[in-house]
Design a protein around this ligand. Structure first.
Ligand SMILES: [Zn+2]
Length: 737
């Protein structure tokens, strides 16, 4: 609801493989009007120490976030003051005696809320990477207040009348296309947020939004609590059977942070659990670790999320009705590229059937291997990753551990810089003159290789720590814009690698390397932005479109140019052997049945939940019945079971929207074809079209039109089916986005 228009942070998670988070901000540092200035003068004289979070960002590059001056106690007063200031700014626009026009209404709105943007940017960084128990108390208190604040703006009647007048005015035709789109965005977002409801309905809507905000916070904190507090301790060597040295080292490092010296600790996070399930020879321990992980939020204790889910779904259904929509899914998808839940379902089901068929083949292979080894087991969910890895070895002679010594985190970082240089003419220089939230975080300045012009800053926060959300994500600290002069962007990439010993090269898996390229794709989407208005900048695009640039960038990891230069052995410095690369390429569609089904089942359940209307939902029963109806293979569990499905229940942003990765992947696979057809991934002309029509335009252009401008036609689903190794039938070509 509050996406893009009112500053709020939006969760966006990455591929089917790894979670990602993007905070989309609408901000700038110069927009404080006179009225608010008076208010602040009064405040700062009354208090001895002005709150540093409220100050404009100082320092180089047009100012940088004052991470060195943050104290948790500053957040609440800063948020309260900044919200108050923002309301006064908006009130001034609403009460403007001049007749409404684009400049004094829409553009004026774009200049409001700059202080609040700066405060919430830092607040959200703390929420995702430094969420101490003390901070979580502030979050619980502030979430409903922030929701109520947003409603106060969208429910401001005189303000809406002005926006409506601008939107319906014949003068709109004289505005630039970007201004026309921004007018449409304001108008439609206000309407979709209840601007046209009667006062009673508005009051109820605001109540619902505040209740939901509280429930979202509780849901997230419950998952974080179980990820932080639960772990499995391995005490003897035979409990480590099968684990490669890198997994043992990571487990030993976790044991130190968990104060279990001399043991090995498997944490309750994906980056700790997945490698264990892949390599441990101990079936009993695999089952134990698997159960711990899939039961997050579902343990019947004080962190159980089931009742919260029921309540969230009930409130969402009521809100959708109040706003005049059939279901929450219909409301959410209206402005997405898919437009309707039916179109999204159609695409999902077109891919679901061949994916299921592939899973059955994969299980047959795994079962045969187990039987050949004399094991009487029947493949269970905690066996899938283990036997999948063994089959990979048997079928393709490919051992992931053979690949890892060539994948050094820092070398791959140089690799993504190099790709950005080839495609977008960017240059990266490390800088040390800006404050960071934690000593592990490093910063680079991005400039144009030819003109040396400053483009933005890139912050890199690669390591796991307590209070940091698991997974990987991108965050925009400041959006590019020029509504008040040129403002450059500040973006960050975040991950959860277990930090190695000092001086040791950190080696990562192929999947993690792919995720690095993915998150960097989001960063490049922000860095390439070239728009006027902050609400339309960078990654502030439709939810089912935003994963397209990021998923597209994943393709450059496996280009020979990157592998030969940057996938070099951590001891010998020699590039990865061609024979090994050939094996990786040959096995590209291996295990796509599993990857597609575990993701897609979660996306289908998400959509079905939000199409169910206002009937009371028991999450456990619903999950079970929905999966039975889909014919879910019993060897696979949902990638995110409902009590831990942060995409869907930590905010509204990905609710009825988990399908977005598949939708965007249709575009991704089809778009990469443009490079292949032109002769290669570094073709200058195609790269220029990519920058011009996709990476630089933000939300100033309708995504379907932008894609057509890049590709010369609409996307086709065939490339996706080929990419995943599924048969390309006639039926599927109808299910294009
Ligand atoms: Zn992503």
């Amino acid at each position: 609801m509050r996406d893009k228009l009112i500053r709020s942070f939006v969760l966006l998670f990455a591929t089917a493989m790894i979670g990602s988070l993007i905070a989309v901000h609408v901000n700038n540092i110069n927009g404080v009007n006179a009225l608010a200035g008076e208010y602040f003068a009064a405040r700062t004289t009354a208090t001895a120490d002005p709150n540093p979070l409220l100050e404009p960002w100082k320092g180089p590059y047009g100012g940088v976030p004052p991470f060195d001056r943050v104290q948790v106690a500053l957040f609440k007063p800063a948020l309260d003051a900044a919200m108050m200031q923002n309301l006064m700014e908006v009130e001034k626009i609403a009460k403007d005696p001049a007749a409404p026009n684009f400049e004094n209404t829409i553009a004026a709105m774009e200049r409001t809320g700059r202080t609040l943007d700066r405060v919430t940017t830092i607040y959200n960084v703390w929420g995702s990477t430094m969420a101490s128990p003390e901070f979580q108390v502030v979050q619980r208190e502030m979430a409903p207040k922030l929701a109520a604040f947003s409603d106060k703006i969208t429910q401001n009647e005189p303000l809406f009348k002005r926006i409506e007048a601008v939107y319906n005015s014949p003068a709109k035709a004289k505005l630039t296309p970007e201004q026309q789109r921004l007018s449409w965005l304001y108008y439609t977002n206000f309407v979709r947020s209840g601007a046209r409801l009667n006062p009673e309905a508005k009051a109820r809507l605001s109540q619902i939004n505040q209740q939901l905000a509280g429930l979202f916070t509780k849901f997230s904190q419950n998952v974080l609590a179980e990820e932080d507090s639960q772990f499995i301790t391995l005490k003897s060597g035979d409990e480590l059977a099968g684990l490669p040295q890198s997994v043992r080292d990571a487990a030993a490092a976790s044991a130190v942070t968990r104060k279990q010296p001399g043991t090995w600790v498997i944490m309750n996070t994906r980056s700790s659990v997945d490698p264990f399930l892949t390599y441990s020879d101990r079936r009993d321990l695999r089952e134990k670790v698997w159960r711990m992980f899939i039961n997050r939020g579902d343990n019947g204790d004080e962190h159980d999320n089931n009742a919260i889910i029921t309540e969230i779904l009930h409130l969402r259904a009521e809100r959708a009705k109040l706003l005049g929509y059939l279901t929450h899914a219909h409301w959410r998808l209206e402005n997405a590229m898919a437009k309707t839940p039916e179109r999204a379902m159609e695409l999902m089901m077109a891919v679901w059937k061949p994916a299921l068929a592939r899973v059955h083949e994969e299980v047959v292979d795994m079962q045969a291997l187990a039987t050949k080894e004399g094991s009487a087991i029947k493949i269970a969910p905690w066996d899938y990753r283990y036997y999948m890895e063994r089959v990979r070895k048997a079928k393709y002679d490919l051992d992931q551990n053979e690949v890892k010594p060539y994948l050094q985190l820092e070398k791959l970082r140089e690799g993504i810089f190099w790709v950005a240089g080839e495609l977008f003419n960017f240059n990266f220089t490390p800088v040390t003159n800006v404050p960071v939230a934690h000593p592990d975080i490093r910063v680079w300045e991005v400039t144009d290789k030819t003109t040396k012009k400053h483009i933005g800053l890139w912050y890199f926060d690669p390591y796991a720590r307590a209070g940091k959300r698991s997974g990987a994500w991108m965050n925009a600290y400041r959006s590019q814009e020029r509504v008040n002069g040129e403002i450059t962007t500040i973006v960050s990439n975040n991950a959860n690698f277990v930090k190695g010993k000092p001086g040791e090269m950190l080696l990562i898996s192929w999947d993690d390397a792919t995720t690095m390229f993915h998150e960097f794709g989001h960063a490049l989407h922000g860095l390439n932005s070239n728009v006027t208005y902050p609400s339309l900048s960078g990654t502030a695009v439709a939810r089912d479109y935003v994963e397209f640039p990021s998923q597209l960038m994943e393709h450059w990891l496996s280009t020979p140019e990157v592998l030969q230069r940057f996938a070099v052995h951590y001891q010998t410095g020699k590039p990865i052997p061609q024979a090994l690369v050939d094996k990786i390429n040959r096995s590209k569609t291996f295990n796509q049945g599993f990857a597609t089904v575990e993701y897609l089942a979660a996306a289908l359940v998400d959509m079905k939940l939000h199409l169910a209307g206002d009937k009371k939902i028991d999450p456990r029963a619903f999950e079970k019945e929905a999966l039975a109806g889909l014919g879910m293979p019993h060897e696979i569990v949902l990638r995110h079971r409902l009590p831990q499905f942060l995409h869907v229940f930590s905010s509204d942003s990905y609710s009825a929207g988990y399908y977005s990765y598949l939708w965007a992947d249709v575009l991704t696979a089809d778009a990469y074809g443009a490079f292949v057809e032109a002769g290669g991934p570094y073709d200058r002309k195609v790269a220029e079209r990519l920058r011009k029509y996709i990476f630089s335009v933000g939300n100033t252009v309708d995504p379907a039109e932008a894609y057509r401008a890049f590709r010369g036609r609409d996307p086709k689903i065939e490339a996706l089916m080929k990419k995943r190794g599924f048969p390309v039938g006639n039926a599927v070509s109808e299910a294009r986005p």
